[in-house]
Design a protein around this ligand. Structure first.
Ligand code: 3HC
Length: 313
């Protein structure tokens, strides 16, 4: 049904009442497109995010560490599936979504284009990257699109385990030998600013945020969430005895929050343009995995076809 002023008015009134918009409800075409863009990129981020950590499963320092990391990486795959399914309720297909990722047309979170050089990186990713993801995803539990909100509720429960296991690794290293503490500090130095980019560009430079807030897709802005993340994380770093690599970090009593240095946004735009340290490696890995999985998809389709024929006979 095409847009009419009455339909738009009813839709806006529903948002005002904090109603969830469901797949079968009328929605503005641009609302639907906005959601497909955001939810599919969120899903891509989960799937690509499995790669940097997956790189350490065979090199985890103990059987327990290996089991915890395996569980976390498997969770991320599940998060991707929930989110692809939520995106499909908006009338797109899995093939379309994956094709957009594999051809480099779709974005995924810039953070996953950085390399995991030491075991401390796995701790930093859980502590900082999943910590930032929780900040963003707890807010998205209140997003106006029903299937997305429900996926977020489910994902946030698992995300807390992800953040805790990362922080536990950082604790072991920070309270370990001098070399281990140095490794933890090195990881914090390399992951701090790229993590801050996860919340998106400054509000003044964000082409999507204003509309996302109007449609209650986002309930807090990029800058608000980034500020919350910094305020929450400084004390955690202090407890570890680690130094956040920002000499301008300073408590600002007036705003009841920390002043901090913005990430290098030219680096951000360069990475999302495809020129990050690992962009090519990540996309090659995803394309190879998709190719290797061809026989599984063919077998599943053949089985489904046979089942359908048997039911029809
Ligand atoms: N990496 C890559 N692209 C990014 C980005 C990032 N960190 N931040 C912003 N962008 C892109 C946006 O996609 C947009 O490009 P597009 O219009 O071509 O899609 C452009 O930069 C401008 O950014 P905006 O702020 O205007 O865009 P949004 O309103 O979409 O906000 C966002 C960006 C905050 C990432 C928002 O899309 C969002 O909240 N997405 C859902 C959460 C998400 O995707 N998180 C990614 C990490 S998931 C994760 O970490 C999993 C965990 O388990 C490890």
């Amino acid at each position: 049904m095409s847009n009419t002023p009455e339909l738009e008015k009813k839709f806006d009134a529903r948002l005002e009442q904090n109603d969830f918009i469901e797949p079968k409800d009328w929605m503005p075409e641009n609302y639907r497109k906005h959601l497909i863009r955001q939810i599919s990129q969120h899903a891509h981020s989960e799937i690509v995010g499995m790669l940097p950590e997956g790189n350490w499963i065979t090199r985890a320092p103990s059987l327990r560490a290996k089991m915890v990391l395996l569980a976390k990486v498997q969770d991320e795959g599940g998060h991707g599936l929930y989110l692809y399914t939520a995106a499909e309720t908006l009338g797109t297909s899995r093939d379309e979504l994956l094709d957009a990722l594999h051809t480099g047309k779709a974005k995924y979170s810039s953070i996953f284009n950085y390399p995991t050089l030491t075991w401390a990186d796995i701790g930093a990713i859980g502590w900082l990257v999943d910590g930032a993801a929780i900040m963003n995803q707890v807010m998205l539990q209140r997003t106006s699109y029903g299937p997305y909100s429900r996926a977020m509720v489910r994902i946030c429960k698992e995300e807390s385990f992800h953040q805790r296991q990362g922080y536990e690794i950082m604790c072991r290293l920070s309270f370990g030998t001098a070399e281990q503490k140095e490794m933890a500090q090195d990881a914090l130095n390399r992951w701090w600013f790229p993590t801050m980019m996860m919340f998106g560009p400054p509000d003044k430079d964000s082409p999507n945020s204003e509309q996302a807030i109007k449609w209650r897709i986002k309930r807090e802005t990029n800058d608000e969430l980034r500020q919350k993340f910094v305020d929450r994380t400084v004390e955690q770093a202090e407890y570890l005895g680690l130094t956040i690599p920002d000499k301008n970090l300073k408590w600002n009593e007036a705003k009841k929050g920390y002043d901090f240095t913005e990430p290098d946004w030219s680096e951000f735009y360069n990475v999302i343009k495809g020129n990050g340290p690992c962009n090519k490696e990540r996309l090659d890995a995803r394309n190879q995995a998709h190719k290797n999985g061809e026989w599984v998809r063919a077998a599943a389709a053949a089985y489904a076809k046979k089942k359908k024929e048997a039911v029809a006979a």
